[in-house]
Design a protein around this ligand. Structure first.
Ligand SMILES: Cc1cc2nc3c(=O)[nH]c(=O)nc-3n(C[C@H](O)[C@H](O)[C@H](O)COP(=O)(O)OP(=O)(O)OC[C@H]3O[C@@H](n4cnc5c(N)ncnc54)[C@H](O)[C@@H]3O)c2cc1C
Length: 477
């Protein structure tokens, strides 16, 4: 879609309402890069305007100007999302937080960092590391996603099996609400139970309830350097069993990732990591238990052998470890190179991992499609990724059917339609398959209370007017 005269008129009216000096973008060539995220499968409209505020006051003025004009507001971090959460809507204002990039304070006594939302997650992690501290959440996109986006999606990542998800680290937030109020929720102390937990409510609200302008995040002392154990398996079932057996052995790894054969081959065909392209599954695990890492690594190695690993070894060379983790982080970009992709993000209880992996294989055969699966096996969180030709209408329709079938399998196994990427616009229509009408209505009530005119990221999470459904156009996938 392109911006027509109404969008231009909106942009002019907006410019007239914004304080002088506000960074307002209306050039279509520049705005095109703010149109979508990395999902590729959700239609994204050219915004009417993009504003890149530098301060909370500028965010507030922008929100007030947009709501006066009845413009939908789409908050945006780095646009690395995988659920269409910041996809443009017709006539919308994209509010990009990328210029709010200050780390306000790192406090080693209180074990907190106070940060603006546009800070790249990897940069925040590096900054706190210079104080001997760690901010554990580590999405595979850590080098290019923002803290604000992580908070808005409650991002997970590679270390959740031991360290939890973003929400576990958010102590307090400053937000701009739809009516322009600047509010603070939460606290700086590690403990505190006063009132409803509004901070937790905003975390994962995907830009639909308020705009995060500052966050106070919990830190931990830096962990010991991890030891890595890798293993290959001749079947997905054996790899799935290994996940359960490691937990039964009482080991809590700091990472437990899996790549199936299709994923291994996609990565190897791009960059040579010397991975076994015949293995049904490769698992990459780490332990960082202080003083007990070697023992935990030994036990995982033994569990993998007992579970039928075709090959298993402990990598003690840090550069080899980095190499393996880098291979895992390239899974999605490697698949993106092979065609249009429709990436899923389902999670199941650990006991159902094997059942899910086998079900995904059946879905691939049934629909005659190539589906590569990788993900955070230790959490039961997988990204079955359908690779298809978007120019082939029949194949695209089969891809959509397979995508929905995979979600159906995850729900049947007691899981969820999204483990970490969020509902966004991609899965807004699927939410009702997971949650009851009462649960959805409660969420609508919260939305109405905070955003009665429905201007904050409409159609994201809760299907709504302006919703962008799963269309299968995937023009840029
Ligand atoms: C290769 C690759 C690997 C990935 N690996 C992981 C992974 O391991 N784990 C994981 O969880 N995700 C992963 N992701 C998905 C993505 O990186 C995360 O969802 C991330 O949290 C999005 O951050 P962002 O800054 O890019 O946000 P965006 O994509 O810009 O926005 C995401 C959502 O947050 C909202 N938003 C952004 N900033 C704000 C704000 N300040 N206030 C309110 N709302 C806001 C947007 O409206 C949108 O709904 C991966 C993506 C890629 C491309």
């Amino acid at each position: 879609m392109t911006s027509g005269p109404p969008a231009e008129a909106l942009a002019r009216s907006l410019a007239a309402r914004l304080p002088a000096g506000t960074d307002l973008v209306t050039d279509p060539d520049v705005m095109a890069s703010y149109q979508g995220d990395r999902t590729g499968f959700v239609d994204a409209a050219m915004p009417a305007a993009v504003v890149r505020p530098r301060t909370t006051a500028e965010v507030r003025e922008t929100v007030l100007a947009a709501t006066q004009l009845d413009m939908p507001i789409v908050p945006r971090g780095a646009g690395s999302g995988l659920s269409g959460g910041c996809a443009g809507l017709p006539g919308c204002l994209v509010l990009s937080l990328e210029r709010m990039r200050n780390i306000v304070a790192i406090d080693p006594d209180d074990l907190v960092v106070v940060t603006e939302p546009g800070v790249i997650t990897g940069e925040l992690k590096a900054a706190v590391a210079t104080h001997g501290l760690a901010y554990p959440p580590d999405p595979a996109s850590v080098d290019f996603c923002t803290i604000g986006g992580n908070i808005a999606t409650n991002a997970g990542g590679l270390c959740c099996i031991k360290y939890g998800v973003t929400r576990d680290y958010v102590l307090a937030l400053e937000l701009v609400l739809a009516d322009g109020r600047v509010v603070r929720t939460g606290r700086r102390s590690l403990k505190g139970v006063a009132g409803y937990d509004l901070t937790a409510l905003f975390v994962g609200s995907e830009g639909t309830l308020g705009i995060v302008t500052e966050a106070t995040l919990r830190l931990r002392p830096a962990a010991a350097p991890p030891l890595t154990v890798v293993a290959t398996f001749g079947s997905l079932a054996a790899a799935g069993r290994a996940v359960v057996e490691v937990a039964r052995a009482g080991v809590v790894p700091s990472m437990f990732e899996l790549m199936d054969r299709e994923t291994i081959r996609a990565v190897e065909s791009w960059k040579s990591f010397d991975l076994d392209t015949d293995a049904a599954a490769l698992v990459i695990t780490q332990t960082d238990a202080a003083g007990a890492g070697a023992e935990e690594a030994r036990r995982m190695h033994a569990v993998f052998e007992a579970a039928g690993a075709t090959f298993s070894y402990a990598a003690d060379d840090p550069s080899e470890t980095d190499h393996l983790v880098a291979a895992r982080k390239l899974a999605y970009p490697a698949l993106e190179r092979l065609g249009a992709v429709l990436l899923d993000d389902v999670a199941v209880p650990r006991s159902q991992i094997t059942a899910l992996l086998v079900a995904v294989e059946h879905v691939a055969v049934q629909h005659g499609l190539r589906i590569a699966t990788f993900g955070h096996a230790g959490d039961g969180n997988f990204h079955p990724t359908i690779v298809y030709q978007h120019t082939d209408a029949n194949e695209t329709a089969r891809a959509v059917a397979a995508f929905e079938a995979i979600v159906g399998e995850a729900l049947r196994l007691g899981g969820t339609c999204t483990g970490e990427h969020g509902v966004g616009r991609l899965k807004a229509t699927l939410l009702a398959a997971e949650q009851s009408a009462d649960e959805i209505e409660l969420q609508r009530a919260v939305k109405r209370a905070l955003d009665p005119d429905g201007l904050l990221n409409p159609g994201c999470i809760l299907p709504d007017a302006g919703r962008l459904a799963l269309t299968g156009s995937a023009a840029d996938a």
